[in-house]
Design a protein around this ligand. Structure first.
Ligand code: NAD
Ligand code: APR
Length: 238
C-alpha cells in the first residue's frame, strides 16, 4: 500500500467476508447457487410464480443466520474498528444481506442488496423488521388495500439500493477496498473502475483471483479473517 494518509475510504464487501462466520458464499462449489435455482428464488418472476417457495428459502436463511454459532469474524470486527477510529471518512457498502457488520459494531452500513431480517411492502417500499416466519399470506399495514409483504432483498434484474449515495462516495474516495466478492454481479463489480477513474488507490482482498482482479492496483490474496485485520492496522497506523 502507498505510504500516505487516506481521507475517504470506500469498502465493498461480498459473501466471502462472511464465509469464515459459517455462511456459505453464492458461487463456490458448495455455494447457495449450486443448490438452488436462481430463477426460482432470486428473481421477481420466480416470486410471482411461487411466493411460498421464495418465502421458505429466505425463512430458512433467516433461521440459519440466528444460529448461535453464526457470529461476526475478525474481518467484520476489524472493519468496525476502522469505522469507529479512522480519522477520515469510512463508507462500508455490502452486497451481503446478513447482519454481521452491524453485530460487529458498524453503525452506518449500506446494504445495497437489501437485508434478510427485513420485509417490505411492494407498493410503498416501507420496511418492517422480520419477526417470525413470513408467509405469502402476510399483508402490509400501510396500504388501503393491503399488499403481501416481500423479502427486502434485491433480486436479479432489480435495481440495487442507495446507488446515488454509493456513487457519490466513489467520486470522493482516495482508497477503494473490495473484500470477498467474485466481481460477477454489476453494478457492484463496476465500483473499482469508478473509484480508479477518480484517482483512487484500489485493493482487492480475496482467497483467489476474482473476475475483476486485473482492475485493481493492489491484490492481497488470502482469507479475509487474516488479511483484513492486518490491513486495518496499517490504515489506523498511518
Ligand atoms: P445487472 O448487472 O444486469 O444489473 C443489476 C440491476 O442494477 C439492474 O436492474 C440494472 O438496471 C441496475 N443497474 C446496473 N447498473 C446501474 C447503474 N450504474 N445505476 C443504476 N442502476 C444500475 O445484474 P443482474 O440483473 O443481477 O444480472 C447480472 C448478470 O448476471 C445478468 O447478465 C444475468 O443474466 C446474470 N445472472 C447471473 C447469475 C449467477 O449467479 N451466475 C444469476 C442471475 C443472473
Ligand atoms: N476470505 C476472502 N475471500 C473469500 C473467503 C475468505 N475467507 N471465502 C470466499 N472468498 C471469496 C471467493 O473467492 C469469491 O471470490 O469471496 C467471493 C464470494 O463470491 P460470491 O459467492 O460470488 O459472492 P458475491 O460476490 O458477494 O456475490 C454477489 O451475487 O447472487 C448475488 O446478490 C447476490 O450479493 C450477491 C451477489
Amino acid at each position: 500500500m502507498q505510504s500516505k494518509a487516506y481521507q475517504n475510504i470506500v469498502i465493498l464487501t461480498g459473501a466471502g467476508i462472511s464465509a469464515e462466520s459459517g455462511i456459505r458464499t453464492f458461487r463456490a462449489d458448495d455455494g447457495l447457487w449450486e443448490n438452488h435455482n436462481i430463477e426460482d428464488v432470486a428473481t421477481p418472476e420466480g416470486y410471482q410464480r411461487d411466493p411460498k417457495l421464495v418465502h421458505e428459502f429466505y425463512n430458512h436463511r433467516r433461521h440459519q443466520l440466528q444460529q448461535p454459532y453464526i457470529q461476526p469474524n475478525p474481518a467484520h470486527e476489524a472493519l468496525a474498528n476502522l469505522s469507529q477510529h479512522f480519522t477520515g471518512n469510512v463508507t462500508i457498502v455490502t452486497q451481503n444481506i446478513d447482519d454481521l457488520h452491524e453485530r460487529a459494531g458498524v453503525s452506518d452500513i449500506i446494504h445495497m442488496h437489501g437485508e434478510l431480517l427485513k420485509v417490505r411492502c411492494p407498493h410503498t417500499q416501507q420496511t418492517l423488521d422480520w419477526r417470525e416466519d413470513v408467509s405469502a399470506a402476510d399483508l402490509c399495514n400501510c396500504c388501503q388495500f393491503p399488499e403481501p409483504l416481500r423479502p427486502h432483498v434485491v433480486w436479479f434484474g432489480e435495481m440495487p439500493l442507495y446507488l446515488d449515495r454509493i456513487y457519490h462516495q466513489l467520486s470522493q474516495t482516495d482508497l477503494f477496498i473490495s473484500i470477498g466478492t467474485s466481481g460477477s454481479v454489476y453494478p457492484a463489480a463496476g465500483f473499482v473502475q469508478e473509484a480508479a477513474s477518480n484517482g483512487a488507490h484500489t485493493i482487492e482482498v480475496n482467497l483467489q483471483a476474482s473476475e475483476i482482479s486485473h482492475q485493481f492496483k493492489e491484490i492481497r490474496q488470502g482469507s479475509a479473517g487474516e488479511l483484513v485485520p492486518a490491513l486495518v492496522a496499517e490504515l489506523l497506523a498511518n
